[in-house]
Design a protein around this ligand. Sequence first.
Ligand code: MF3
Ligand code: CO
Length: 260
Amino acid sequence: MKKGIELYSRKEIEKIRRACQVVAEVLQAVAENIKPGITPWDIEMIAREETKKRGAKPAFLNYKPPFSNVRYPAATCISINEEVVHGLPKKDRVIEEGDLVSVDFGAIIDGYAGDSAITVAVGEIDADKKRLMEATKTALNRAVEMARAGNWLSDIVEAIHSTAEEYGVYPVLKYGGHGIGKKVHEEPFVPNNRKDLGKKNVKLRQGMVIAIEPMFSLGTEETVYDGDGWTVKTKDGSPAAHFEHTVAITKEGPLVLTEI
Ligand code: MF3
Ligand code: CO
């Protein structure tokens, strides 16, 4: 267990995959319901119900992430427009045409976790938001391609950061992906921004399972907390997008576990 990074067997990856399949199905059900007039709390309720139906448990509800001293009070993170990540699902906010809604969700089944996020465009969105979404999705796909034994963590970071540059958008600082399996957050941290890699580069090995989650904003790398203690927003108020997959590094290459 070099540097605390877990290596998972085929059998364990299959278990992680089951959790990931639940996550993918729940996110699909949620996405179909995101329309003008719905509240983030409605989305939260749909996610809980769809998870229960499948005999799984929400991974974030009452979970204390390593970056917090308190437990997260919901099953989903819903981050709208300038909100980047960890948005607390609110009862008193109404989703509107033109919004970018990121839904981040994790599930546990049989002791193994899966984690994924999607950004949904509500109706017609403007050209900048379209470019931002496209950039973030492309970055995730290119980063997944780099998730191969023998490559380096820095290859993933480089794929993400250079894609942001290509599209003229910004990879947020401090937030990123992570190892996942028996726990939601394991080593290594998977940065989105080159500045966050520092000396923490590691070689990717067969059996590693990582969540890769680019978060890009239209205007800045910098973020601030909003008043609720969880929701992270862009410092300049520009919109952000977020996509995430859980990926296993196998002998045959990257295996995206959170795809239906
Ligand atoms: N997918 C989120 C992440 O990797 C999980 C948030 S955990 C929560 O950061 F407890 F903050 F919800
Ligand atoms: Co994650």
